[in-house]
Design a protein around this ligand. Sequence first.
Ligand code: C2E
Ligand code: MG
Ligand code: MG
Length: 727
Amino acid sequence: MTVPAPRPGGEQFSHSGAKQYAQIWTSAVAQSGFLPMSSAETEQLLFGHTLDLAQAFLARPFTARPAYHVGRALVDAHLAGSKVIDWSVRALGEQFFAAILPGRRQTRTVRQRISSLQGQLAAGFAQALRDRTFVQQERISRSAWAARDMAEQALRESEARFRAVFAGAATGIGIADINGRIVDVNQHFAEMLGYSIPELRQINVAELFHEDDAAGMWELYTDLVQGRHDTARVEKRYYRKDGSIIWTNVSVSLIRHDDGRPRWTLAMVEDITDRHDLQERLRFQALHDPLTGLPNRTRFFEQLDAVFAAAKPDDRIGVCVLDLDGFKRVNGGLGHDIGDQVLTVVAQRLSDYVAGRGHLVGRVGGDKFVILIERSSGTQEVVAMAQASLGVVAQPIRLDDHQLTVTASIGVVEGPVAETAPVDLIKAADTTLYWAKAEGRGRYTVYDPLRDEREKAKTDLVAALPAALERGEFTVDYQPIVALADGTVQAVEALVRWEHPELGLLGPDRFIGLAEETGLIVRLGRWVLHRACEDASNWRRQFPDRRIVVSVNLAARQAQEPGIAAEVSDALKRAGLPAELLQLELTESAVMTTAGEPLLALHQLAELGVRLAVDDFGTGYSNLAYLRRLPIHSLKLAGPFVEGLRSDEPTSRVDEQIVDALVRLAHALGLSVTAEAVERAEQAERLRALGCDTGQGRYFSEPVNAAGIVAMLATREAGVIGDRLEL
Ligand code: C2E
Ligand code: MG
Ligand code: MG
C-alpha cells in the first residue's frame, strides 16, 4: 500500500476523506456482487488506490498515469465487473474530489485533471481486460485443439464416441460440411444462439453471420474449406434466433479426409457479449466528456488522424475552434453548478446544430469546443458553420433561477488536407482563436498564414532580444539638432539600431514596440542611456566649448520604473557628464499617466538638472494647461506638422497657422520648440520664420554614428551647418 509522502510545499489532501472514500468505494463494489476478498481486505486495497489517485491528482507536474495502473490493478484483483468499473470511473469525478479536498472549488484545471484520471482509469481497466481476454482465448484455443483432436478421432471411429465428446463440452461446438451446411452442434452452441439442435441442423452457417462481418467471414471460411489454412480465430457477431446479436470468440479448424481433402469445419464458440459490451462502454467513456457527453479531445484527434490518413489528394478540411468568452466570470460569479449547466446547454446546442449536419463537435477543454468539417467545400462552408455556431451559442440560456447570455470566439482554418498536418491545423486554429479574442471576442476570425508568419517573426525577434543585448548587437546613431537661426549644432538625438546577424541592420521601429511590450525596454533603454552619456562625455572632452546636449528617448515603461531618477543620475556620474548636457525625450502619453496624472518621476528628473522634452508633440492629447505646471523644457513638433510646410497648397496655410500657434503657445509657456523631420530647405526656412528654435531631419543630417558626430564637430569649425550638411 502506498503511504502518502509529505510533499514539500505541495498541497495536502484529506487523509480521513480518502479513508471515507475507500469505504464508500468498497461498499459500491460489494453491492455489485461477488467480492474475491474479505470486505476488510478489499477496503485496504481500495484505500491504497485512493491514496495513489489523490497523490496523482495533486502531483506537480501532473500525470494521470497512476490512474491507468489503478485500472489495471482492479482487474488483477478480479474486481472486474462492469458495475465496479462504472462506479469507479463515475465516482472519481465529483465524489472523489469532494472527499479528498473538502470545500475546495473546482477550477478548470481541476476538471481537466479529473477527466484525465477518469480516462486513464478506464483505459487501464480496458487494457487489462483485453490482456485477460487474450490469455483466456489462448487457453480456449489450446483446449480447442485438444477437443479437435478428440473430435477428429471420434469422427473417424464411431458416432457414439463423437457424441460423447460433443455433449459434455463447456464451449459451443458446431460442425459444418464444406458447403457450410451445419451437420451437428452441441447443446451449448444451440442455447447460445437460441435455436434447438434440430433447427440448427437445417441451417447454413452463412445465415448466422452478422452482415457487417459476412464478407470477411466468407473469405476466411473459403480459405479454410479450400484447405489453404487449417485454423482461424476471430471475434465476430452472430444473429440469435430472436434477431438479437451475440459477440463471440470463434476458433474454427479444418478436419480432413484421410487422403487430405477438406471434409468438415469444426467451430468452438465462446459467448463474450458481456465483456464486449463493457469494453464498448469503457471505450465510450475514454473518448467522451462525462459532463456534456460530447466526444473528448482524444476522440477528436483520433478522428482527425483518421481523416488525414484516408484523405484523397484533393480533399479539403475545415476546423472551427470555439471558446466561450469570459466563462471564468460565469464560473466565478454564479458558481460551478451554473457553469456546468451553461456548458451542457452550449454543448447540446452545438451538437444539435453541428452534429445534426453530420459533422463532429467535441469538447476539448474546459470551455473550448471544436468542430471538424471533413471534406469541406471551401472556406465559405466553414465560415458559415462558424457564424451559425456563434448564433446558437449567443441565444439566451434559461436555467432554473437564471437567464444569461454567453458569447464565443471562433478560430477558423480551412484548406487542402495535403498541405497540412493535424497538429499544424490545430495550432493554426488556436492561433486564429487568439486573434478573434484579441479583436474583441464574440466573433470568428479566419486563419491568415501571412499574418501568422509575421507574428512568428515578431516573436522570434522578441526571443532574440536579450541575447542580442548580451552579445552587443545594438548600436546608437546620433542625429544633429540644429539651431534654425544660425545653423549651429545644439544637440544630437540618440537613436538605437540593432545589427541583427541574419536580418541585417534593424531600425527601432522594428523592435522598440516589442521591447516595450515585453518590458525588455528597461534593460535596452538603460544601455542606450549609458552609451549616449559616455559618447556625449567624449565630445565634451574633445570640444569643450561646444556644450553639445545628448537627447535620449525614454520609453513610458522606463520612465515609470521606480528607480529611474537614480538610474539617470548614475549614468551621468559614471560618464562624468554634467546633467544639463542630457535631455530626456518622453512622448505625451509617457508624461501623463493613464490616470491623467503627470508622471511622478518628472520632478525628480528635473531636480537632477537634466532637460525634459515632449517627443512627437501633437500626436497625442496633451493637456496644455498642465504642461505649464510641469518641469518641461522643450517640445518636439511631430513630423506631420512639419510635412505640411513643404508645399504651397492651401492646406499648408492651415498647417502653417497651426505651427505658428503652437510655437507661440510653447514660447508663452517658456518652452523651446524643435521641429522634427525637416527634409527640405523651404521647410527649414518657414520654420525659422515662424520662430521655431531648432530643427532635426534629413535636410540637416541623417543619423550617423558617434565618430560621424566627432567628424562633423571637427570639420565644421564652429559646428555650423550653414546649408545641407554633406558627410
Ligand atoms: P523619434 O524619437 O521621433 O526619432 C526621430 C525619428 O525620425 C528617427 O527614426 C529618425 O531617424 C527619423 N528621421 C530623421 N530625419 C527624418 C526626416 O527628415 N524625415 C522623417 N520622416 N524622419 C526622420 P528612427 O531612428 O527610426 O526612430 C524611430 C523611433 O524609435 C524614434 O522616434 C523613437 O521614438 C524610437 N527610438 C529610437 N531610439 C530609441 C531609444 O533608444 N529608446 C527608445 N525608447 N525609443 C527609441
Ligand atoms: Mg525622439
Ligand atoms: Mg520624435
